[in-house]
Design a protein around this ligand. Structure first.
Ligand code: CO
Length: 296
């Protein structure tokens, strides 16, 4: 158990370091794809693997914007959310931060960060999930924004980025209590919009959920590559670096039809409000909690 806790600390500290590294690259004129590729490489350089592709979601896109193979998005005056995860032997960290390049949305960025801090402050064995949600909600609404209610934090486990419990961003009346030893990710989102996200189109992130064989020779090679990701989310463009784009599209379509992989399209704020996010992975301890992805 102690050995496993050490692995969590290491995977999470690499996640945090890669997030800091990426945040420093978020500047006017930088290409989103270059920042994301640099973060993914940094994770490997630090001795882990990406638990999911680094993603930068801009403005009204709340999460899950993953660059296609030839992405031309350039950072300019957006609200940029960077979401990063590293894993060691399947033990993942999950952490996110927001950079305001507009110069006008510092309060929005602060709202999700303050909400995360308010939640962390009350985490200890016996705290109810509804109390964490209420703390997040009150911090964000006091700042004049809305929390996104249909996005939430989550339990996190080996080879399972999202598991029980759901950590709400509002008081959802779930009186389940946290216990010592639990590891969770808390991720408040604040928005100027309605506080609801809807799924966009064109997933660029996928995850294998079951093994189904493919017949075509190249498709089989692509599937072998997908299996090296060990049921953790991967970017379509990772495959396109190794195989012809048309073959990748075909293989992914076949695997989706077989329900062997799941796609994660971008999540868009319904009223197209601006969105900020902050996230940490946290270990509940006997006396409170340890913020595993915290750096500095
Ligand atoms: Co998360």
């Amino acid at each position: 158990m102690a050995e496993e806790t050490e692995k969590w600390r290491k995977a999470c500290s690499i996640s945090g370091a890669a997030l800091d590294f990426g945040v420093a690259l978020i500047k006017k004129g930088a290409a989103v794809i270059e920042v994301c590729d640099a973060v993914d490489s940094k994770i490997v350089e630090l001795g882990a693997k990406p638990a999911f592709p680094a993603q930068i979601s801009l403005d009204y896109v709340a999460a899950h914007y993953c660059c296609p193979n030839e992405d031309s998005t350039i950072l300019d005056r957006q609200v940029a959310k960077l979401d990063v995860g590293a894993h060691i032997d399947g033990i993942p960290g999950d952490t996110a931060a927001t950079v305001d390049l507009s110069g006008n949305n510092a309060e929005l960025v602060k709202a999700s960060r303050n909400a995360l801090n308010a939640a962390i402050k009350i985490v200890k064995p016996g705290v109810k999930l509804s109390e964490i949600g209420a703390a997040i909600h009150s911090e964000i609404t006091a700042a004049g924004f809305s929390p996104i209610r249909n996005l939430s934090g989550h339990g996190i486990a080996q080879f399972e980025l999202h598991t029980k419990p759901t950590i709400p961003n509002f008081n959802n009346n779930d009186h389940t209590e946290l216990a010592s030893g639990q590891i969770i990710a808390i991720e408040p989102f604040a928005t100027t919009g309605e506080g609801i996200i809807v799924e966009g189109t064109n997933a660029e992130v996928f995850m294998q959920i079951s093994h189904k064989p493919l017949r075509d020779m190249t498709a089989r090679k692509i599937l072998e590559q997908i299996e090296t990701y060990q049921n953790m989310p991967f970017a379509k463009r990772w495959l396109m670096k190794k195989f012809p784009a048309i073959k990748v599209e075909l293989a992914l379509r076949q695997l989706q039809q077989l329900n062997s992989i799941q796609g994660f399209p971008p999540l868009v704020e319904k009223a197209r409000g601006l969105v900020s996010q902050a996230e940490h992975t946290i270990l509940v301890t006997d006396s409170g909690c340890e913020v595993l992805t915290k750096t500095g």
